[in-house]
Design a protein around this ligand. Structure first.
Ligand SMILES: [Zn+2]
Length: 468
């Protein structure tokens, strides 16, 4: 917080806190922005240069602009991606949560239900990103019952064509982003001004019912009566995705199961496909399904088939590892070391491992250090924790060759939040590189060169291959 923002003398304020330590940090207007580096300082100069680097953004879920401008978007819409999960973790539940999500209720009523829990959650990375977006783009340093209506008016006024050009290009200086449109079962070519295309095939790897198989048949026009049919359907979808511009494969199976994929014979996998076609095994409901997988052998076999397709087409594979979005999952399912056999088996496939595998960033560091085909991706990381990201970046710059680190991926549905994340990422990279120069790790020219690599050159070499 810049000193001129303090509403009173810092020392006397801290003194007045004694005795009320248990009170939540309510109603203290505070900018969410970390203190900017002094201009003329090494970090300040690096940040100024880093701000000019057009980002290659390794991962987004940004909905098409056409769809976005047709929605009734307000503060609670933007808070609905990631920030809400921390507010729920802080205690928002039941009728209060329903009220916050009720678009027909007044903004003030929704805010009143949201505020007590938000006051406990707003300091997390998700909270900080939301506050930066609201301050920088919608001009409100303070989000409160007094300002919420004005904030919503400004969000609605800006919600028109041209928003993405303004936010993604002009404000964020993002060259392009890799889009994961998980909501589209069939490929839909994304807007080439902003996006290149990642595609998920998890529905072909892990169908859980005969009804799921029927959906895959409809999607691809391929009849599935055997393992061979399931593979052909995946291959058809793969071709359709390539035609729509796919530059890489994406997998988020870590949300559903452990990501170790054994080598399973065709005959074992075929047996399970035949069972699945008859709904022959009980599939547990809800969270239990994330540990009990009645068709695991089929899934393992199909995942290898997917990686073999990526290998044959020479396209990279992005894999979710580490922390899951939402509230509650089996974190140990997503350890990157579960994938080790794949790195041996498919040396020509480039594996881009997401989210620095937090909290397994040490494991990822080891994998990327020793396997030439494993890459580190900081997508989502800077909004999970800034200090974690800086520590991991410090360590990985010492352990992993600099060409294998990707420094930024927004991982949001709404571009305003990708903007905030980009700002946080640039600040972190500038700070880490300044510290590296001060330590004697590299010169200031080398620091800027590394920043250019991790924010642009490295991801561009992997994802820019279909751009003119
Ligand atoms: Zn994502």
């Amino acid at each position: 917080m810049p000193l001129n923002r303090l509403p009173f003398d810092r020392r006397s304020f801290l003194g007045s806190l004694s005795g009320i330590a248990a009170a939540p940090a309510a109603a203290m207007p505070a900018s969410p922005q970390p203190t900017p580096p002094q201009s003329g300082s090494l970090e300040g100069d690096l940040l100024a240069a880093i701000n000019k680097i057009p980002l290659v953004n390794t991962h987004e879920h940004i909905i098409p602009e056409e769809e976005r401008v047709s929605l009734n978007v307000d503060f609670f819409t933007l808070a609905g991606h990631y920030a809400i999960n921390d507010v729920i973790s802080a205690g928002l539940a039941g009728d209060e949560l329903r009220l916050v999500r009720d678009e027909s209720a007044s903004a003030r009523a929704r805010w009143a239900a949201f505020e007590p829990h938000w006051n406990n959650a707003r300091f997390t990375g998700y909270g900080q990103a939301l506050r930066i977006a609201i301050e920088d783009i919608y001009g409100a340093a303070e989000i409160s019952g007094q300002t919420i209506d004005g904030i919503n008016d400004r969000i609605r006024a800006a919600n028109k064509p041209g928003l993405y050009e303004d936010v993604l290009r002009k404000r964020s200086n993002i060259a392009y982003s890799v889009l994961d449109d998980y909501w589209n079962a069939a490929p839909v070519k994304p807007d080439p001004r902003f996006f290149v295309y990642a595609r998920k095939f998890d529905r072909f790897v892990a169908p859980q019912s005969a009804a799921n198989i029927r959906e895959l048949e409809k999607l691809t026009d391929v009849s599935i009566a055997s393992l061979r049919g399931l593979k052909q359907a995946m291959e058809r979808s793969f071709e359709q995705s390539l035609e729509a511009g796919m530059v890489n494969v994406k997998s988020t199976l870590a949300y559903s199961r452990e990501i170790h994929y054994s080598e399973v014979s065709e005959s074992r996998a075929e047996l399970e496909v035949q069972m699945l076609l008859k709904d022959g095994r009980h599939v547990p409901e809800g969270f239990r399904n994330r540990v009990e997988r009645p068709y695991r052998a089929m899934e393992d076999h199909m995942f290898h088939h997917l990686i073999q397709l990526a290998d044959a087409h020479k396209i990279p594979v992005q894999i979710h590892t580490g922390l899951h979005a939402g509230n509650g999952n089996f974190i140990e399912n997503s350890k990157p070391t579960h994938l080790t056999n794949l790195f041996f088996l498919y040396p020509n496939v480039k594996f881009d491992l997401f989210h620095i595998s937090y909290p397994y960033q040490g494991e990822l560091s080891v994998l990327a250090k020793t396997f030439p085909n494993v890459y580190v991706d900081f997508c989502w990381a800077h909004i999970i924790s800034g200090s974690l990201s800086r520590r991991a970046m410090h360590e990985m710059l010492e352990t992993v060759p600099a060409n294998k680190i990707f420094g930024y991926g927004g991982d949001y549905r709404y571009p305003e939040l990708s903007y905030a994340h980009a700002k946080m990422a640039r600040r972190n990279v500038a700070r880490v590189m300044a510290e590296k120069v001060e330590e004697g790790f590299c010169t200031d020219e080398e620091a800027l060169r590394i920043a250019e690599m991790i924010l642009h050159g490295n991801p561009d070499a992997m994802f820019g291959w279909r751009r003119g």
